[in-house]
Design a protein around this ligand. Structure first.
Ligand code: FAD
Ligand code: NAD
Length: 458
C-alpha cells in the first residue's frame, strides 16, 4: 500500500495492539485502505472465548474456536501488516511502540511508529496476590490453558485409576476444584461434570463416580451479574449434578497438593488433584506502564477512557477498547469489546475524512476556501457521536444441556432457563462465531459429540 494517497496526502499509520474481540471487531469495520494498518499481538489468531470453557473437555475442538489474524486481515479492503510480538512500552511523546518478539528463537526487539494507536490488549488473570496460584493452578484464558487443563485431567484420571480405591492419594487426585463463581468458573465446572457424567462414566464407571467437582466462591453468590431466580436455578441444578458449591469461601493459598480456604473464621486445607483459577481480570503490564506515564490515568483497575473511547492523557491519538479499559457502565465482556470495535471502525473512517480536509486546509492559501474547509471539518467532527453500549443480555451454560439467559429488549428484561434456553444459547453462540469456518467447525463438533461422545485424547 502506497504511503500517500492520489492527491499527495500522507496515509496515516494506525497501530492496533491485540487480536482479541475489540481489535478484530475494529479490523472488520475499518476501511483498511484508508490507513497503513499494523496489528501487533503475541497471538496470531483470534480466540472465540465464549466457547473456551467447552474446549478442555473436548465439547469443541481447539482449532474450531480460533481464526488466524492474517485470514481476517486478508478479507479486509486494504493491506493489514501483522507483527507477532508483545507491545512492552508506549512512548506517547514520540508516538512509538516497543515490541518484544523473537527471531529464530532469540529475543528480538523493534519499534513501530504510529499516528493513531488503539490499545486492545485485554487483561490477565487476577490472582489477588494469592500465593501459589501461578505455580500450581491452571487458568482458563488462552488456548494453551485449555490444552494444559485437558492434559492434566487425562493424566490425573489415569494416575488415580492405577491406585487402590482405599488409597487417600486416589481421592485427592479425583478432587477437581474450580476457584471463582463468575461465569468462567461456573461454565467450566458444568462442562467438567458433563464430561464425567456423559463420557468418562462409560469408559471408567468406577473412577467417574469418585470424581468430585467443587466450585469455590468468595462472595455470597455465584454468577453475581445474573438475576436471583437464575442463580437459584443454577444452584439447584449444580446440587443435582453433584457439583459442590462453597460460598463465602475465599482461597487464601494454593500449595502443590492442597488449597487453603477461609469461610468466616474457619480455615480449611483441602487436598486437590486439579485446580482451575477463574477469579476475573487484572491489567496487563503494558497497560500498567502506560497508566504510570500519564497523570490522567489514576485508576488501577484499567485504562481510563472518555465517552469517545479516547485514552485520557493520550492527546487524542490513542484510543483504548475492551478488557484493558475501565469505564463506568462498560463491563469486561466480549459484547462490550465487540461493540466498541464496531464504533471505533466507524470513527476512524470519519477521522480519515477529517484528516483529508485538514491536509487540504494546510495546502490552501485562499481565505474563503479555508473557511469553507474549516466549516466542513467542524461538521465532520460534530458527527462523531459518543459510544453507546447496547446491552443485549447475558447467557451462560450450566451443564446437563441447560443454560440460563438474561435477555434485554429495550427497557424489558427476560429471564430464561432450562433445555430450550440451551438451544437458544447454542444458536446465539454459533451465530456470533467470527467466521463461516468457525461456525461450521463448531456445529460439526457438537454433532460429533452427540453421536460419538467427547474426544478426550490429549
Ligand atoms: P482479548 O479478547 O483478551 O484480546 C486481547 C488481545 O491482546 C489478545 O490477542 C492478546 O494476545 C493481545 N495482547 C496481550 N498482551 C499484549 C501486548 N502486550 N501487546 C499486544 N497485544 C497483546 N464475554 C462475553 O461477552 N460472553 C461470553 O460468553 C464470554 N465468555 C468468556 C469465557 C472465558 C473463558 C473468558 C476468559 C472470557 C469470556 N468472556 C465472555 C469475556 C471476553 O472474552 C472478554 O471480555 C473479551 O475477550 C475482551 O476482548 P478484548 O479484545 O479486550 O481482549
Ligand atoms: P468474574 O470477575 O466475573 O468472577 C470472578 C469470581 O471470583 C467473583 O465472583 C469473585 O468473587 C470470585 N473470587 C475472587 N477471588 C476469589 C478467591 N480468592 N476465592 C474464591 N473466589 C474468588 O470473572 P470471570 O468469570 O473470569 O469473568 C470475567 C469477565 O468475563 C466478566 O466480565 C464476565 O462477565 C465475562 N464472562 C462472561 C461469560 C458469559 O457471558 N457467559 C463467560 C465468561 C466470562
Amino acid at each position: 500500500q502506497s504511503k500517500t494517497f492520489a492527491n499527495g496526502s500522507p496515509r496515516k499509520t494506525l497501530v492496533i495492539l491485540g487480536s482479541g474481540w475489540g481489535s478484530v471487531s475494529l479490523l472488520k469495520n475499518l476501511d483498511t485502505s484508508k490507513y497503513n494498518v499494523v496489528v501487533v499481538s503475541p497471538r496470531n489468531f483470534f480466540l472465540y472465548t465464549p466457547l473456551l470453557p467447552s474446549a478442555p473437555v473436548g465439547t469443541v475442538e481447539l482449532k474450531s474456536i480460533v481464526e488466524p489474524i492474517r485470514a481476517i486481515g486478508r478479507r479486509s479492503k486494504g493491506e493489514v501488516i501483522y507483527h507477532e510480538g508483545e507491545a512492552s512500552d508506549v512512548d506517547t511523546v514520540n508516538k512509538v511502540i516497543k515490541v518484544k518478539s523473537s527471531m529464530n528463537g532469540a529475543p528480538h526487539e523493534f519499534d513501530v511508529k504510529y499516528d493513531y494507536l488503539v490499545v486492545g490488549v485485554g487483561a490477565q488473570p487476577n490472582t489477588f496476590g494469592t500465593p501459589g496460584v501461578y505455580e500450581h493452578a491452571s487458568f482458563l484464558k488462552e488456548i494453551s490453558d485449555a490444552q494444559e487443563i485437558r492434559r492434566k485431567v487425562m493424566t490425573t484420571v489415569s494416575s488415580a485409576a492405577s491406585l487402590d480405591p482405599s488409597d487417600p492419594e486416589r481421592k485427592r487426585l479425583l478432587s477437581f476444584i474450580v476457584v471463582g463463581g463468575g461465569p468462567t468458573g461456573v461454565e467450566f465446572a458444568a462442562e467438567l461434570q458433563d464430561f464425567v457424567d456423559q463420557d468418562l462414566s462409560k469408559w471408567m464407571p468406577t473412577i467417574s463416580k469418585e470424581i468430585k467437582v467443587t466450585l469455590v466462591e468468595a462472595s455470597p453468590n455465584i454468577l453475581g451479574m445474573f438475576d436471583k431466580s437464575l442463580i437459584q436455578y443454577t444452584n439447584d441444578l449444580f446440587k443435582k449434578e453433584k457439583i459442590e458449591v462453597k460460598l463465602k469461601t475465599a482461597v487464601k493459598e494454593v500449595k502443590e497438593t492442597t488449597v487453603t480456604t477461609k469461610c468466616g473464621d474457619v480455615v480449611e486445607e483441602t487436598p486437590y488433584g486439579i485446580l482451575v483459577w477463574a477469579t476475573g481480570n487484572a491489567p496487563r503490564d503494558v497497560s500498567l506502564k502506560l497508566m504510570s506515564k500519564l497523570e490522567e490515568q489514576n485508576s488501577r483497575r484499567g485504562l481510563l477512557i472518555d465517552d469517545k473511547l479516547r485514552l485520557l492523557g493520550g492527546n487524542g491519538s490513542i484510543y483504548s477498547i475492551g478488557d484493558c479499559t475501565f469505564h463506568a457502565g462498560l463491563f469486561p465482556t466480549a459484547q462490550v469489546a465487540f461493540q466498541e470495535g464496531v464504533y471505533l471502525g466507524e470513527v476512524f473512517n470519519k477521522i480519515h475524512k477529517i484528516d483529508q480536509l485538514k491536509w487540504e486546509l494546510s495546502n490552501t492559501q485562499d481565505k474563503s476556501s479555508q473557511e469553507k474547509i474549516q466549516a466542513k471539518i467542524d461538521i465532520m467532527n460534530s458527527k462523531i457521536d459518543d459510544f453507546k453500549y447496547h446491552h443485549l443480555g447475558a447467557l451462560a451454560y450450566i451443564g446437563s444441556e441447560k443454560a440460563i439467559a438474561d435477555i434485554a429488549m429495550g427497557e424489558s428484561r427476560y429471564n430464561l432457563s432450562g433445555s430450550f434456553t440451551f438451544l437458544f444459547w447454542r444458536y446465539a453462540y454459533l451465530s456470533m462465531c467470527i467466521s463461516a469456518r468457525n461456525k461450521v467447525l463448531v456445529a460439526l463438533d457438537w454433532i460429533k459429540v452427540s453421536i460419538f461422545g467427547r474426544n478426550s485424547s490429549v
